[in-house]
Design a binder for this molecule. Structure first.
Ligand SMILES: Nc1ncnc2c1ncn2[C@@H]1O[C@H](COP(=O)(O)OP(=O)(O)OP(=O)(O)O)[C@@H](O)[C@H]1O
Length: 264
């Protein structure tokens, strides 16, 4: 087994993503080949409607692939039973239905479900993991609040804490910074980076925060019309891949500052 294989947590092989209705397949993107290793922070970037959520749902096993393979720890995702999958992959979706009557503590505790016994009793280890997640995300002071009392941004942090409490080697988040102000966007993405370093988890998230992703991520998966380009921010910068992310004109990529700017 070589080094890369050893640390691979997620891999796709000629993956086609999209939808199936009664009569046809709706292909969104085809032949996606990516690899994510332990300890990496990876952003999925692309314009509205390009297929980021579809891709993340397919990677987490929530949605079936049209074709090709998703491998989690070298095992094909369809062959992993749901309990084992819940101990490998945690998923945070943008508009997730949650019971807002739960307290923050109770919601984060749900992350422990794959490990609790059939009556859902929390062990000492579960309690330790919940406390650690609340601490890691910096929301200990919110733990007794009801979720309906939270701002959208606070709720987003709680959902991240729940995913961390699940303690999986792979965490997938769809737009984890949507409701946050600039400070908290940077805070959350830096937090995700810190977690990859501290826990060796692989974290993959879809985001429109391309400038922050360039500064913070180990890898970027760039989705464009039926095409996916992957590399480190440096590699993508050097190859000029960022210059075609948006339609020409309004926004341009400034190579000198490695960021997108409005065309004056
Ligand atoms: N259930 C569905 N059936 C058929 N097509 C769908 C379905 N859900 C989404 N789509 C289509 O799939 C494409 C990709 O959608 P997706 O939500 O994955 O994009 P996205 O990149 O996450 O967009 P955004 O940045 O706006 O969140 C869009 O054209 C969308 O209309």
């Amino acid at each position: 087994m070589d080094q890369t294989e050893k640390h691979s947590i997620l891999k796709t092989i000629n993956l086609d993503i999209g939808y199936r209705n009664k009569t046809e397949k709706i292909l969104i993107t085809e032949a996606i080949n990516i690899e994510v290793n332990e300890g990496e922070l990876v952003a999925v970037i692309g314009v509205n409607g390009v297929g980021k959520s579809t891709f993340l749902r397919t990677l987490s096993g929530v949605q079936a692939a049209l074709n090709g393979k998703v491998l989690v720890k070298n095992e094909q995702i369809q062959q992993i039973d749901s309990l084992e999958l819940a101990s490998l992959v945690s998923l945070v979706l943008t508009e997730q239905p949650i019971s807002k009557n739960l307290s923050v503590f109770e919601l984060v505790a749900l992350g422990r479900q794959p490990y609790t016994n059939w009556i859902g009793r929390l062990s000492k280890n579960d309690l330790r993991q919940i406390k650690k997640s609340l601490q890691n995300v910096g929301i200990e002071d919110l733990q007794n609040k009801k979720c309906y009392e939270l701002s959208d941004g606070q709720l987003q942090k709680v959902l991240i804490a729940r995913a961390i409490a699940q303690n999986t080697p792979l965490v997938i988040l769809d737009e984890p910074t949507t409701h946050l102000d600039l400070y908290h966007k940077a805070y959350v993405l830096k937090l995700l980076k810190k977690l990859t370093r501290k826990t060796n988890k692989a974290i993959i998230f879809a985001s429109h925060e391309i400038n922050l992703a360039i500064q913070l991520c180990d890898k970027i998966i760039l989705m464009q019309n039926n095409k996916v380009t992957t590399g480190s921010p440096k590699e993508l910068l050097e190859s000029g891949a960022f210059s075609t992310v948006f339609p020409e004109g309004l926004i341009v990529f400034d190579k000198a500052s490695a960021s997108f700017k409005i065309n004056p």
